[in-house]
Design a protein around this ligand. Structure first.
Ligand code: ATP
Ligand code: MG
Length: 508
């Protein structure tokens, strides 16, 4: 089967950038500075790794030690001097002695710390660490901090690490020439690998596919990927958004009409079903299909023929149907809003899109992918994301999934003032303060993630998910309610919806 670019589980970014980064990172991150071509006490201009040491009263002994470890040390006694010493295109490590600066120096210091080409490590005493501004500066702009007094070896380790991380950010960026295809599907986590395997399998058949998933998870991209890998790939892929077309027009959009079929029908129009002949018809937001169109669609699926509005001829059409929705069709069927006979025709094969929050490391991978795609929206050369931006992306819930990630990164590209996108640029500053998460909250979040992943693996089959999780089905059902993973509004109604009575969540 042809390997389509839509299904690269490791995208060019990961294939080149990350591998490169790992090797560069392993040389530098956490390592001691290399070959000391700078003799003890040599001038800071000498080649080597640059360390910016910011302290109102620098420790001469420390400076000597750092030089002996191969660092070209630049000493700044004020925020102004830091600004003067930082070179726009030069990556360096930074050591800032918070304890030596006065509180009134902090605003100016913040502007300097924001410079993205410096990987900062903070030195602080307990008194300074109690100051909320200092705490915030460390959280937002530093890789790490250490309480003084501290052994030189610890400082060696930390600044080596910060320097390595800065280089890693640099190497993470795909080369400028990287062409990023518009409909490339990015994913390396287990849930996405499973999705790619499913896509490959279902592409080989002609059976109807139903794609379910939250808004913005990539349902349309998946439908296109299935088509592009199917034997129908040379024929059209015709999408129709059943939710976006006014109900009274839907029928003619789907099946077309003959000239004179109604006032204003001046010429024959071919409907979307007919236009997809030989190819794939993608019925998006199928849950919004009105009852009348549901009946016509069912008739077409049963007979393989359509009739244009105002026409008398039955036309045989050969299409493969893929449908998708973000609404719960099982709910809709129970409420009588969706025909179950149509659902069973549409859902011969089912594909579940994992929500972004369940994709682990892929969030970061996707963010870099999007940055690579849109970085030219900002004239400044953006290198990547700050550690706090990455942390915020992991903490955030992503209700709008990949589409929301795209929007936030695009906004950040425009808003970013430094070379790295920070949490604030993504409008996620509130999600980067991991230290405000209590252990109980962390446990709760982990529990929810584990339940979501198990439900996804077992397509909401409670018995199997519960076995996987090592809990009873009743406990799982209760926890799903507690975590907002099921609709609890009907709990106080008839007991027919409890798990033991075979409610809708029980799909076994
Ligand atoms: N795995 C992925 N890799 C790269 N881009 C993706 C991925 N998944 C989704 N996208 C991008 O996210 C955006 C939303 O995807 P898509 O329109 O397929 O989602 P959807 O589930 O159909 O959304 P909705 O429910 O709102 O219709 C698109 O720009 C798509 O290219
Ligand atoms: Mg869609």
């Amino acid at each position: 089967m042809r390997e389509s670019s839509h299904l690269s589980s490791v995208i060019p970014l990961a294939g080149t950038g990350l591998r490169l980064a790992v090797s560069r990172g392993s040389e530098t991150a956490g390592a001691q500075p290399t070959a000391v071509d700078t003799p003890r006490g040599a001038a800071p201009e000498t080649v080597g790794r640059i360390l910016l040491y910011a302290a109102r009263t620098p420790d001469d002994g420390l400076v000597e030690h750092l030089k002996s470890r191969g660092w070209s040390v630049l000493v700044a006694r004020s925020a102004h001097e830091i600004g003067r010493l930082i070179k726009p295109a030069t990556i360096c490590a930074g050591l800032v002695d918070m304890a030596s600066f006065a509180v009134r120096d902090l605003p100016a210091l913040e502007a300097s710390l924001r410079q993205q080409q410096v990987g900062w490590i903070a030195l602080a005493n307990p008194e300074r660490l109690a100051d909320p501004t200092v705490r915030r500066l460390i959280r937002h702009y530093c890789f790490d901090y250490v309480k003084i007094p501290v052994a030189n070896a610890t400082i060696d380790y930390l600044i080596g690490h910060a320097y390595g991380m800065m280089n890693l950010c640099d190497a993470d960026m795909p080369p400028d020439t990287t062409a990023v295809s518009d409909d490339e599907m990015v994913g390396t986590c287990e849930a996405m690998q499973q999705l790619f395997r499913t896509i490959r399998k279902v592409a080989n058949t002609d059976a109807s596919v139903f794609i379910s998933g939250e808004s913005g998870t990539g349902k349309e991209l998946t439908a296109l990927a299935i088509h592009e890998r199917s034997p129908r790939r040379k024929a059209p892929f015709i999408p129709i958004n059943c939710g976006a077309i006014p109900h009274h027009l839907l029928q003619s959009e789907l099946f077309g009409y003959e000239r004179g079929a109604f006032t204003g029908a001046n010429q024959r129009k071919i409907g979307r079903v007919e236009a997809a002949n030989g190819g794939t018809l993608f019925l998006d937001e199928i849950g919004d299909l009105p009852m009348e169109s549901q009946a016509s669609l069912l008739r077409f699926l049963q007979e393989g023929k359509i009739e244009r509005l105002g026409g008398h001829e039955s036309i045989a059409v050969d299409v493969r149907i893929i449908s998708a929705t973000h609404v719960d069709l099982e709910d809709a069927m129970r409420d009588g809003r969706f025909r179950s006979d149509l659902f069973h025709r549409l859902c011969v094969l089912r594909v579940d899109e994992p929500p972004l929050r369940a994709r682990g490391k892929d969030i970061e991978l996707l963010a870099h992918h999007i940055l690579g795609k849109f970085k030219t929206d900002n004239a400044r050369k953006l290198r990547g994301f700050t550690p706090s931006a990455i942390e915020a992306m992991y903490n955030y819930h992503w209700p709008g999934n990949v589409r929301e990630l795209i929007n936030r990164v695009r906004r950040a590209i425009v808003m970013a003032e430094g070379k790295l996108i920070c949490a604030d640029d993504l409008d996620l500053a509130n999600f980067s303060e991991q230290q405000t998460v209590s252990l109980a909250q962390a446990r709760e979040a982990a529990e929810k993630r584990a339940i979501e992943a198990a439900l996804l693996r077992h397509r909401n089959r409670l018995n199997e998910a519960a076995t996987d999780l090592g809990i009873s089905r009743v406990t799982l059902y209760r926890l799903m309610g507690a975590h907002g993973l099921r609709d609890t509004s009907s709990d106080d109604k008839a007991d027919g919806k409890s798990p033991s009575a075979g409610g809708r969540e029980a799909r076994e």
